[in-house]
Write a protein that binds this ligand. Structure first.
Ligand SMILES: Nc1ncnc2c1ncn2[C@@H]1O[C@H](COP(=O)(O)OP(=O)(O)OP(=O)(O)O)[C@@H](O)[C@H]1O
Length: 595
């Protein structure tokens, strides 16, 4: 019950912040509409008693009152709807923003790896669709509560035993909540299968996987898996709904028994002459209303319970994110320029939920003003190392020091504003070409010259030159008249984006050129090397790149060789070749292939 009150408070506070006047109007109209119905029954009693006693003026006044109250009962709810409709829409936008903030706003990525987080988010997205009707449910419940209280007072005035009737309404309320919890449990149990089924559905409908689905003739297999999962989910949900209906019916039967007893009580009093005809009519009218009030309250409570669950889930997701990223209060600033460099000391890291660490005993210094290449076989841990440098995850053990200051002491958003990055799994921003590049440095997104300069640095000018409207060309299929690019062209724009920031302390390039041919990559990195030397003079910046192409790697000042989560060798190209270790072996293999 405490949850319900907390949700009511939360919902009203959101409304209050959105629009106070509309909130007051909606609450007042809804409550006035709800109490009009029991007052109509009271008016009927006056009307009948006055008419039977021959008091014409009293009867006319009572008749007019009944008519006014009946009109109010029928219409005020609709007027309230006009006020709360807009509030509901605003609430949906407010909570949608909150979910987006939760899913993307946290500085790290750790919570994205957690299945329990993903499960809760799946259920949450669905439940939040109820938000539109939840305000109406809350206002209806508030109106019903006042109306039920008034009805109870009026019934007690006729015969205190009639209070049994509202009391008989308690079992259906309890069973209603119990039933709702049963359904909720089933939803959580099926959330994982539901999520996988949704992912499969996405695979069959998205353009990206369409080619492989057809070539490998996977449509049937995917559909069969989707159906199996979906059947399991609906079976479990269906069973829980059946059980919930049974529980609710038991509660309703309790109320029906109380109703019959109360009506018999009033009829017996009337037969004995202890009650007027007006009072009998009042009791029967009120008893019928109690029936409707209870049914409406149970239905609205179910609706309201769902949104309560959603809010509880929202808090759980927030708690999971906080637990995934325990914050040490940041108290340092990134340096204006790097003097010593970045040092990883005894770093160990494992992804959340994974049994074994991905990186172990990582001890290395990336000196200020150098270019550093990270090499190693697939799955060795290169990208993970890069993610740690960007602060997407925190090491489980050890520390990362930026000019001697622990990275976790620097606010992540401040650190991020001093790094620039291009990733293998870059985003295809379907915006104007200028914006798709300019988002790399938001304050300068509108600056054509800044974007052109970044494209020049990334040797991607020719991609934009070929576009019909140059930088102002809409890209992708989302925008009208959008131009679709090839994989390599998208990647070149992503590189331009990575080079938008002119004075980063750390430039990270995690296989950002995989869609380019070896010659293009080589030319590009030669330019990068020159630029990073310039940058190094200005800010002591470190350029870290991950590549499988040794023609590129050999240009780096420092090469780090990662194998099975450890740094097995490091040094420059000549030293490593001379050492005759893993690097020399991998280099020789690739060199042979090109001979
Ligand atoms: N998000 C993740 N959750 C759990 N495990 C992950 C995740 N990302 C990577 N891993 C695991 O961590 C290990 C190292 O992955 P990483 O991406 O760092 O390798 P890599 O050296 O960059 O490989 P590649 O050359 O193929 O890109 C792999 O065994 C991988 O399965």
């Amino acid at each position: 019950m405490r949850d319900l009150f907390a949700t009511a408070r939360r919902l009203l506070s959101i409304c209050w912040h959105q629009n106070r006047r509309k909130t007051i109007v909606a609450v007042t109209l809804m409550i006035a509409g709800a109490v009009a119905a029991p007052l109509t029954a009271l008016g009927l009693r006056w009307l009948i008693d006055a008419a039977l006693e021959g008091r014409t003026t009293g009867a006319v006044l009572a008749g007019v009152t009944v008519a006014v109250l009946a009109v109010a009962a029928l219409t005020l709810g609709h007027f309230a709807h006009i006020a709360h409709f807009e509030l509901s829409e605003l609430n949906v936008v407010h909570v949608d923003r909150e979910i987006i903030r939760l899913a993307n706003g946290s500085p790290g990525l750790a919570h994205h790896e957690r299945a329990d987080y993903a499960d809760r988010l799946t259920v949450l997205r669905r439940e939040m669709q109820q938000l539109r009707s939840s305000l109406e449910a809350l206002l209806a419940l508030a109106g019903l509560a006042v109306a039920m209280l008034l009805t109870a007072v009026l019934l007690a005035m006729v015969n205190p035993f009639l209070l049994l009737l509202p009391l008989a309404a308690v079992p259906p309320l309890i069973t209603g909540r119990f039933a709702e919890r049963m359904v909720d449990r089933a939803k959580i149990e099926t959330a994982q299968a539901d999520r996988v089924a949704q992912r499969l559905f996405q695979i069959t409908t998205d353009a990206g996987p369409a080619k492989e689905l057809r070539v490998f003739r996977l449509q049937r297999e995917v559909l069969a898996r989707h159906r199996a999962l979906w059947d399991g989910v609906t079976r479990r949900l269906w069973r829980s709904h059946q059980a919930a209906t049974l529980v609710r019916t038991v509660g309703q039967l309790c109320f029906a028994a109380g109703y019959v007893v109360c009506i018999l009580l009033v009829v017996r009093d009337a037969a004995a002459g202890r009650r007027t005809v007006g009072e009998v009519v009042l009791s029967i009218a009120l008893a019928a209303q109690v029936n409707q009030q209870v049914a409406a309250a149970v239905a609205q409570l179910q609706q309201f319970q769902q949104i309560t669950n959603a809010f509880v889930r929202l808090d759980e997701v927030r708690a999971l994110i906080d637990a995934a990223e325990p914050g040490t209060a940041p108290d340092a600033e990134p340096p204006g320029r790097l003097r010593q460099g970045i040092r990883l000391r005894g770093v160990e890291f494992g992804y959340p939920g994974a049994a074994a660490p991905v990186l172990r005993d990582v001890d290395v210094t990336l000196p200020a003003g150098t270019s550093v290449a990270i090499v190693g076989e697939n799955g060795a841990g290169k990208s993970t190392l890069v993610k740690l440098l960007c602060g997407f995850y925190q090491p489980v053990q050890g520390e990362i020091l930026v000019d001697g200051v622990e990275l976790r002491r620097i606010p992540l958003d401040r650190w991020r504003s001093r790094i620039a990055a291009g990733f293998q799994d870059f985003v295809r921003f379907e915006l104007l070409a200028r914006e798709a590049v300019g988002v790399g440095d938001l304050p300068r997104i509108t600056s054509g010259p800044a974007v052109s300069a970044a494209l020049e640095r990334a040797q991607a000018t020719e991609v934009v030159d070929r576009l019909e409207h140059g930088l102002e060309t809409p890209l992708g299929k989302t925008l009208p008249q959008g131009t679709e690019l090839s994989g390599g062209q998208w990647q070149k724009l992503a590189l331009g984006r990575a080079l938008m920031r002119e004075e980063p302390l750390l430039l990270v390039l995690d296989e950002p050129t995989s869609a380019l041919d070896a010659a293009a990559e080589h030319a590009l990195f030669e330019r990068y090397a020159a630029q990073s030397r310039e940058l190094a003079d200005k800010t002591g910046a470190i350029t870290v790149f991950v590549s499988h192409r040794f023609s590129t790697v050999r240009m780096a000042d420092l090469i780090i060789v990662v194998a099975d989560g450890r740094i097995v060798e490091s040094g420059d190209h000549t030293t490593l070749v001379r050492a005759g270790g893993l690097y020399a072996e991998l280099y020789e293999l690739q060199a042979e292939a090109y001979r």
